[in-house]
Write a protein that binds this ligand. Structure first.
Ligand code: B3K
Ligand code: ZN
Length: 903
């Protein structure tokens, strides 16, 4: 397909309300894979503020226009031009009927109406509805919908859409019809339909206020045995939202449908959530513990959107974080509560922060850096980012940190009281939080408008005679990305909730009293204080501390109270002390990560200097202490013993050197494996989970620690340990253990490697999601350093592209091999010969011709090209230029490579 769209930048400041309101949409779809005919009958009204002659300009994409009528009469003054349909001379109100045709089977973009495994699905967010019919396809146009679906009864026995089923009937010629009605006004991006051969499990529950609800999970019939966990997750999510936020399911029926061709995780269409199979299907044999946890979190996320996104939606796409940041925060809190313990909560927090730092911090420092509420875009689908989602969630979390749980709840209640049924902006959410709590949150608004990760530097001054510790905080946040263009205003200090505690020589928290604080103030109890850090530099004085020479040790940014980088020079001894004693579990983990990062970066230097690599005995001792401390939960130990990722280490270097990072990290893993072999083995033995598989938090944590131990043990290179991995593989009765053992065998180049890979494929040949794991594991495998030294992963990857089970059109499959290699295997991807970059360019171009959204995601892999050492940097630029030179690039990919090269 030749694309001719010229890049157009859309600006937030250009927002204007629509000239027409559409109150009701009646859709009739004659479903046919090659030619679906859609008649959309719209009840419209000229908006009160709009001028009398303003035309109605609707958008459409890949549509064939068949006819337009106004109030039942053919309407002649409708002009179709390059994706718009302009209707002039319309009355103040009336009924328009537009008939169009589209080709779902030919739609490989998976946006709009498409076919997957012979079934019909839709994806309308952000701008897919325009691929179904001409419409005012923008989120501030909200209407009620009535949908009539007609299809061949044998090919599509099940017909679903949003809301309630009104009627079903048979039609002549083997066709049938279903009529659905959604009583809630919604924007077009929340429209959905599903038609095909599907089966469901269902359950009835009674909501908190006593109404009966029907819950259904729809899948292909052979997958019915993998729906239990999704259904349980949905019920847990419904109960949690009732308890925590007093929010109930508003429809009589709520459906989840799984589809195997899907661009992202899932979609919150009103009453008809459509999910990637990856986030629905699970049983012990096919899904890992991580899959189970992800399903719970995504099912929760989409369900929570029913209030935060659907009942209150976004005025325009710049406000995306209004629904996404808030809903991610809600799903994070849900998953944390489901962990069932304080230590479980902390582990969830650690996992979330790890993603933020590993993925969002680099985004915020690179060419695509943008504020949580962006000011401009070329293609909105490129802005479903970790900044909008995960940093957006941190911004929401900061309200809760500043206002307390009760204050946050008051703000949420006011938000729904004011805006239920409306399309609003991030500022409206902030105003609700401020007004409900009588707080001025003006400065807090900068979190929405300024990009970049602030760096907070900390200095302490101890007055031992007075027992006073002065903490001086300074913040800076240089311009990033688009902010560096001429004419952008200087950045202002952020309002940072900075949580601190002070630890005494015995390792216990000290009682805190801040100078200027009223004694007995209820908010000032406890041993953690949230400082309101609002200026470029600010000093906070803690008084009444035990006098003496030795200053208390500060525990900074407890529970990661703000998305910032803390710059404070702890000594190794202080970090070891914090790792052993901090009452804040997050900072305990953080201390261990700082120690490991410091040691790793030192080793990277040794690799670069060609010196022998030696492991610091103090680090080994610190790891031993954590590994053998039975008072720490297995979940926490697993987190603390995991080394910082290669991608994270690359970000910490001025000039990234992936080969040296890999060498250093591997050597540390091997060193820890050998030095602590006895302890790893003991942990392996102690954390078995006998009995039938259960995805409960405790069993998951034990398996995680046990499999981490197994991975280290296999890396020791000891034949007995590799045999242990082999046995672990053979005896596994669940996918968590089987996949962990396979990964250990593959990456340690153990003798059992090839046999296990073949066995795994053969066992699961019929299960697409498991075969994705098989591809993914090989895309991420290390290069061989053993007998076949020099064997490059790229050769395996290129060979696997020709495997009969590989399919570029299926996003899960493309991601499993291509993305795993390009973003999950830095050392091999950044091979000095540039072979990884060549491969990347080939695949971006090939994917772009099929599915621009998936191609643009892959294009982002090169974001940080300027950070790499020569000759990598030059080779990365050359690959980017090759892609940029293509004459047929989508707007999606063009924005990404354009911004990369301009940076
Ligand atoms: N709202 C959807 C994402 C749509 C992405 C469009 N490119 C899923 C979610 O965040 O819940
Ligand atoms: Zn979402």
């Amino acid at each position: 397909m030749l694309r001719t769209d010229t890049p157009v930048t859309v600006y937030r400041k250009d927002y204007t309300p629509p000239a027409f309101a559409i109150d009701h949409v009646d859709l009739v779809l004659e479903l046919d894979p090659q030619r679906t005919v859609v008649t959309s009958t719209l009840t419209f009204q000229r908006a009160p503020g709009a001028t009398g002659d303003a035309p109605l300009v609707m958008v459409g994409e890949a549509l064939e226009l068949l006819g337009v009528t106004l109030d039942g009469q053919p309407f002649a003054s409708a002009k179709e031009d390059a994706g718009t349909l302009t209707l002039t001379g319309l009355p103040a109100q009336g009924t328009l009927a537009i008939t169009t045709a589209c080709n779902p089977a030919a739609n490989t973009t998976l946006s709009g109406l498409y076919v997957s495994n012979g079934n019909f699905f839709t994806q309308c967010e952000a701008e897919g509805f325009r691929r179904i019919t001409y419409f005012l396809d923008r989120p501030d146009v909200m209407a009620t919908y009535r949908v009539t679906l007609r299809a061949d009864r044998a090919a599509s026995p099940v017909l679903l859409s949003n809301g309630n089923l009104l009627s079903e009937r048979a039609l002549p010629d083997g066709r049938h019809e279903a009529v659905w009605e959604d009583p809630f006004r919604k924007p077009s991006y929340l429209f959905a339909l599903v038609a095909g051969k599907l089966a469901c499990v269902e359950e009835r529950i009674t909501s908190a206020s006593g109404k009966e609800k029907l819950l259904q999970v729809w899948v292909e019939p052979q997958d019915l045995d993998k729906t239990r966990h999704a259904m349980d997750s949905l019920i847990h999510a419904i109960r949690w939202d009732e308890r925590r936020f007093g929010l109930e399911l508003d429809l009589d029926r709520f459906m989840i449908v799984a589809v195997s061709d899907f661009n992202m995780g899932a979609m919150e269409n009103k009453g008809l959530n459509i999910f990637n199979t990856k986030y629905v299907l699970a049983n012990a044999q096919t899904a890992t513990d991580v899959d189970f946890a992800n399903i719970e979190s995504v099912v929760g996320h989409e369900y929570f959107h029913n209030w935060t996104g659907n009942r209150v939606t976004c005025r325009d796409w710049f406000q995306l974080s209004l629904k996404e940041g808030l809903t991610v925060f809600r799903d994070q809190e849900f998953s944390a509560d489901m962990m069932g313990s304080e230590s479980g909560r902390a582990v969830k927090r650690i996992e979330d922060v790890r993603v933020l730092r590993q993925v969002q911090f680099p985004e915020d420092a690179g060419p695509m850096a943008h504020p949580v509420r962006p000011d401009s875009y070329e293609e909105i689908n490129n802005f479903y980012t970790v900044t909008v989602y995960e940093k957006g969630a941190e911004v929401v979390r900061m309200y809760q940190t500043l206002l307390g749980r009760d204050g946050f709840r008051k703000g949420m209640d006011l938000y729904f009281q004011r805006h239920d049924g409306q399309a609003v902006a991030c500022d409206d959410f902030r105003a609700a939080m401020a007004d409900a709590n009588g707080r001025d949150l003006t400065q807090f608004g900068l979190w929405y408008s300024q990009a970049g990760t602030p760096v907070v530097s900390v200095k302490t001054a101890w007055d031992g005679a007075a027992g006073t510790l002065a903490l001086t905080l300074t913040q800076r946040c240089p311009k990033v990305g688009i902010e560096t263009r001429a004419g952008t205003p200087e950045k202002q200090p952020f309002h940072i909730p900075f949580a601190v505690g002070l630890i005494g020589a015995d390792g216990a928290d000290l009682p805190l009293h801040l100078e200027g604080e009223r004694a007995g103030d209820a908010t000032q109890r406890g041993t953690t204080r949230v400082l309101d850090f609002t200026q470029a530099e600010q000093t906070f004085r803690f008084t009444g501390l035990p006098r003496g020479d030795k200053a208390p040790l500060p525990s900074l940014l407890r529970d990661f109270s703000a998305p910032v980088i803390v710059d404070y020079e702890y000594s190794d001894a202080e970090l070891t002390f914090l790792l052993a004693h901090d009452s804040d579990a997050f900072n305990r983990w953080e201390a261990g990560q700082r120690l490991a990062t410091r040691a790793l970066l030192k080793l990277v230097g040794e690799v670069q200097a060609g010196r022998e690599l030696k492991l610091d005995p103090a680090l080994v001792a610190a790891f031993r202490a954590v590994l053998t401390d039975g008072s720490l939960s297995p979940a926490f130990r697993e987190q603390a013993l995991m080394l910082p990722a290669e991608a994270y280490l690359a970000e910490r270097m001025g000039v990234a050197d992936p080969a040296a990072i890999h060498r250093a990290r591997l050597s540390m893993r091997e060193g820890l494996a050998s030095a602590l072999q006895r302890e790893w083995l003991a942990a392996y033995e102690a954390n078995a989970t006998p009995g039938p598989y259960s995805p409960d938090a405790d069993a998951m944590a034990r398996r995680a620690l046990r499999n981490l131990a197994l991975g280290y043990l296999a890396d020791s290179g000891d034949a007995a340990m590799q045999a242990l991995a082999d046995t672990h593989y053979q005896q596994a009765d669940n996918m968590t253990d089987r996949a962990a053992a396979l990964s250990a065998l593959v990456n340690s180049f153990a003798p059992g490697r090839e046999h296990a890979l073949a066995d795994f494929y053969q066992r699961f040949e019929q299960d697409a999601l498991v075969i994705d794991k098989w591809f993914s594991l090989q895309g991420m495998q290390r290069g061989d350093v053993g007998p076949h030294a020099g064997k490059r992963t790229i050769d395996t990857v290129r060979a696997l592209m020709a495997h009969p089970a590989f399919n570029l059109r299926n996003p899960n499959r493309a991601r499993s091999l291509i993305f795993s290699f390009c973003s999950g295997n830095p050392a091999q991807f950044h091979a000095e010969d540039g072979s990884g970059y060549e491969f990347w360019a080939d695949q971006v171009l090939a994917l772009d011709a099929i599915n621009p959204q998936v191609a643009a995601r892959l294009a982002r892999v090169m974001d940080r090209w300027q950070k790499y050492a020569l000759p990598l940097r030059d080779r990365m630029r050359a690959a980017l230029e090759r892609v940029a030179a293509s004459q047929t690039l989508s707007r999606d990919v063009r924005e990404i490579v354009g911004k990369s090269l301009a940076a």
